[in-house]
Write a protein that binds this ligand. Structure first.
Ligand code: NAP
Length: 265
């Protein structure tokens, strides 16, 4: 039996495979106990029992379909009510490579429900609890296509832009409450994501990162205090420049009159 973790408990969504399963491995090895969420109970159990054996940590599985309102409410309640939870990794997500002329709108709505609505509701459940204890970390998995939006399906890219924007404002709202928020932007990573998204060959392309390298870099970014971590971006200053330009827009929007180029009398 493990001792109660000093690090507390990390709740990870989408922990049955890919990036989420690697977060589970790395966080258990860092001393966190875990609550693992995904739909496939069998795959969750396999991840959990391996980590219990390898790390001695306490690992609980919480099978839930985050597209199902009742299941989502169950996970929200755990985040609100379990005072041992110190970290939320909002990782569950699906993508697509289909254009608007190929994609089914119901599948797009389901993607919004998972990538945006579930992530938002889980964050809204965790943030007040973390703020009340002045202790907590929220890691939201966005994507490089949240910036390079033309690369894949538009709804997917927009859902990941949402995660990036949402993270900026969470950081503003929670910075002085003892709650850390990190937004992680993977680019192509070798997981089952690509089978679900409809382009399996991407998993073996030379520019595709392993999930292990992605998570190790993301956790290094967390340790370094980064707010936004983009493991595949080698020129980190490019992000810093773009972010400075974005933030500089704010005061420039404060004009009651339209810009002269619109010739409004
Ligand atoms: P993955 O291996 O397919 O993992 C997705 C995880 O989400 C699985 O554990 C899946 O488990 C879970 N999931 C899917 N639908 C769910 C639902 N309705 N309710 C609960 N859990 C659900 O893909 P991944 O690459 O690790 O994806 C993790 C995150 O990284 C996603 O947010 C994705 O958008 C992001 N990302 C991935 C890449 C990439 O190239 N792989 C790049 C940028 C960003 P079950 O099937 O058991 O439910």
């Amino acid at each position: 039996m493990s001792n109660t973790s000093e690090k507390g408990v990390a709740l990870i969504t989408g922990a049955s495979s890919g990036i989420g399963a690697i977060y589970a491995d790395r966080l258990a090895k860092r001393g966190y106990d875990l609550i693992l969420v995904a739909r496939n109970a069998q795959r969750l159990d396999a991840v959990a029992s391996k980590l219990r054996t390898e790390t001695g940590r306490e690992v609980t599985t919480l099978p839930a379909d985050l597209n199902d309102k009742a299941d989502l409410a169950k996970v929200e309640a755990v985040l609100r009510d379990d005072p041992n939870i110190t970290m939320l990794v909002n990782n569950a997500g699906v993508g697509s490579v289909a254009s608007i002329l190929q994609a089914d709108v119901d599948a797009m709505e389901a993607m919004i429900d998972l990538n945006i609505t579930a992530l938002t509701r889980l964050t809204y459940a965790a943030a007040p609890a973390f703020a009340a204890r002045a202790n907590g970390t929220i890691i939201n998995i966005s994507s490089a296509v949240g910036i390079a939006v033309e690369a894949l399906n538009g709804v997917y890219s927009a859902s990941k832009s949402y995660v990036l924007s949402f993270g900026h404002v969470l950081q503003r709202d929670l910075a002085d409450k003892g709650v850390r928020v990190q937004t992680v932007l993977p680019a192509a990573t070798a997981t089952d994501f690509w089978d679900v998204a409809g382009y399996a060959p991407q998993k073996t392309r030379p520019t595709t990162m392993s999930a292990e390298d992605l998570v190790d870099a993301a956790l290094s970014g967390l340790d370094q205090g980064e707010l936004v971590t983009i493991p595949p971006l080698h020129d980190g200053d490019q992000w810093a420049r773009w972010e400075a330009d974005r933030r500089a827009f704010g005061p420039n929007f404060g004009n009651a009159k339209p810009a002269p180029r619109y010739n409004v009398a």
